[in-house]
Design a protein around this ligand. Structure first.
Ligand SMILES: [Zn+2]
Ligand SMILES: [Zn+2]
Length: 135
């Protein structure tokens, strides 16, 4: 009998991201989608507008992976992608509680300095209004 290879069975999973309506959130979302695609072949990612200001709420298979409204900051996108991968491989995972600190350290929870490679200082939704210190 031919040697059997141990394979990880990958199931398809649904990821939804409810986000605030600002353009920057949409850009961050598209970055997140590419991280998830790199990590998992079988993830279906859907974005939806949230009525809540500052929302960036990520669910997978109906469970919360990360909530910006609860954590007051953005996640590390690659960490989100790794959690989605764990779920698709039926491995244990936990909700992400760590937040990604903005490079400029202005302290605003909406600041995307250094968090998104696509969001520029001018479109960063943070209260510094394009004047983040040291960004
Ligand atoms: Zn900033
Ligand atoms: Zn700022």
């Amino acid at each position: 009998m031919a040697g059997r290879q141990r394979r990880v069975s990958i199931r398809s999973v649904n990821v939804t991201v409810e986000m605030a309506k600002d353009k920057a959130y949409k850009q961050l979302y598209s970055e997140l989608v590419s991280w998830i695609r790199k990590a998992t072949a079988k993830a279906e990612v859907t974005g939806a507008l949230s009525h809540e200001e500052g929302a960036f709420e990520i669910h997978c298979e109906g469970r919360v992976i990360f909530s910006k409204l609860a954590r007051h900051g953005f996640p590390v996108l690659n960490e989100v992608a790794q959690v989605v991968r764990c779920i698709s491989e039926s491995k244990p995972w936990e909700e992400i509680t760590k937040i990604n600190r903005a490079k400029c350290r202005c302290g605003h929870e909406d600041c995307m300095c250094g968090i998104s490679i696509m969001v520029t200082k001018a479109t960063c939704p943070c209260e510094c209004d394009g004047e983040c210190p040291g960004a």
